[in-house]
Design a protein around this ligand. Structure first.
Ligand SMILES: *Cc1c(COP(=O)(O)O)cnc(C)c1O
Length: 350
């Protein structure tokens, strides 16, 4: 039988095991659904639309809505089925055979995975002991290795730490290369990379509906960048890749910004409550600007702790055997009740 193209690493793709537990705090989703009113309005708009026709191929209305939310021009907006598809489109356009991408580990694993599936050579550079990027060495690493596309995740998954956007700007080298700032958790802190990136042609900011908008199941993501870059993404993606129903969903969602902000505000407060609790325990943790917290128990094996939490039906993400993340676990902020159960269990065990 014919084999897949060499170098794809087929079989080793993205996976975060879902086990049947009562408290699921392992994949950074929102614990809340989008509002019923939004979903009902969506349903009636979808059923009233011409689904026998192809969608508006360039999602004109939605681009206008996103553009006005961020105060940019609609020509600066690309939309796709989740930010992973945005990343894939960026790498199909600016990566590929003979091109090089890079990021700083540990970071979101999809930069490497999608680089591989698009035939882009991925370079994994290191962070310092505090999981931060050293600007000077980063720039020489990008220059020496002739990197075409860089990824900065801010706040970074899985550390929760914000990146220094000045480094993104320097790495983009005036537009000579593309630096993608992944703001999947943008709303969980005060930084707005879209505002920062305005007027800088080498920076593209990507956002997703999966975390702050409580819609991981519906797959919506977008990119904001220089109109020339964005136009190229629109020509490389599949025709009609973004369907009518999803465009309507995302358009409507922006009428519910207040609800989104209330949910995010609650999760931020809960995040701070968990971090305050960590202060009282024998753990090391990293002050998070996202909806998750990376932590490492001081006196017990990380994987063992993960198992003991699992015995109490609490699932967190196990990074304990991952390079550079020895013994670390990552907990996603859940409902107040879920967080109570997590903290109670952790307090007991430690
Ligand atoms: C969760 C996450 C995403 C989301 O990807 P989608 O395809 O939009 O669901 C993107 N980037 C990072 C860093 C994430 O943690």
């Amino acid at each position: 039988m014919i084999e897949p193209r060499a170098g794809l690493g087929v079989g080793g793709g993205y996976h975060s095991p879902q086990l049947d537990v009562s408290v699921r705090l392992n994949t950074n989703e929102s614990p809340f659904s989008p509002s019923k009113e939004l979903l009902e309005r969506w349903y009636s708009e979808v059923t009233a639309s011409n689904l026998n026709r192809y969608p508006d191929r360039s999602a004109t209305k939605l681009r206008g809505v996103i553009a006005s939310y961020h105060g940019v021009d609609p020509s600066s907006v690309f939309v796709a089925n989740g930010s992973n598809e945005v990343i894939q489109t960026i790498l199909l356009t600016y990566g590929g055979a003979g091109r090089r991408s890079a990021s700083f580990e540990p970071t979101y694993a999809m930069y490497e995975t999608i680089s591989r599936t698009t035939g882009t050579s991925y370079f994994a550079f290191e962070r310092d002991a505090n999981f931060l990027i050293d600007g000077k060495s980063a720039i020489s690493q990008f220059d020496d290795n002739e990197i075409d596309v860089g990824f900065l995740c801010s706040p970074n998954n899985p550390t929760g730490l914000l990146e220094d956007l000045d480094i993104a700007l320097q790495l983009s080298s005036g537009g000579k290369r593309l630096v993608v700032v992944d703001e999947a958790y943008g709303q969980f802190n005060e930084v707005d990379s879209v505002q920062f990136a305005k007027g800088h042609s080498g920076i593209v900011v990507i956002r997703t509906f999966s975390k702050i908008w409580s819609m991981a199941g519906l797959r919506v993501g977008y990119a904001i960048g220089d109109p020339h870059v964005i136009e190229n993404l629109w020509s490389v993606c599949l025709p009609y890749h973004f369907d009518t129903s999803k465009a309507k969903l995302a358009e409507l969602a922006f009428e519910y910004v207040d609800e989104m902000e209330a949910r995010v505000g609650f999760l931020r407060a809960e995040r701070d409550r968990i971090m305050d609790f960590f202060e009282t325990l024998p753990v090391t943790y990293w002050r998070s600007s996202a909806n998750f917290i990376l932590f490492r128990p001081d006196s017990i094996d990380g994987h063992k702790l993960w198992e003991m939490l699992l015995e109490r039906s609490i699932l967190v993400r196990d990074w304990s055997r991952w390079p550079r993340l020895d013994n670390c676990l990552r907990v996603t902020v859940g409902t107040a009740h879920e967080n109570d159960l997590f903290m109670e269990a952790l307090g007991d065990i430690l």
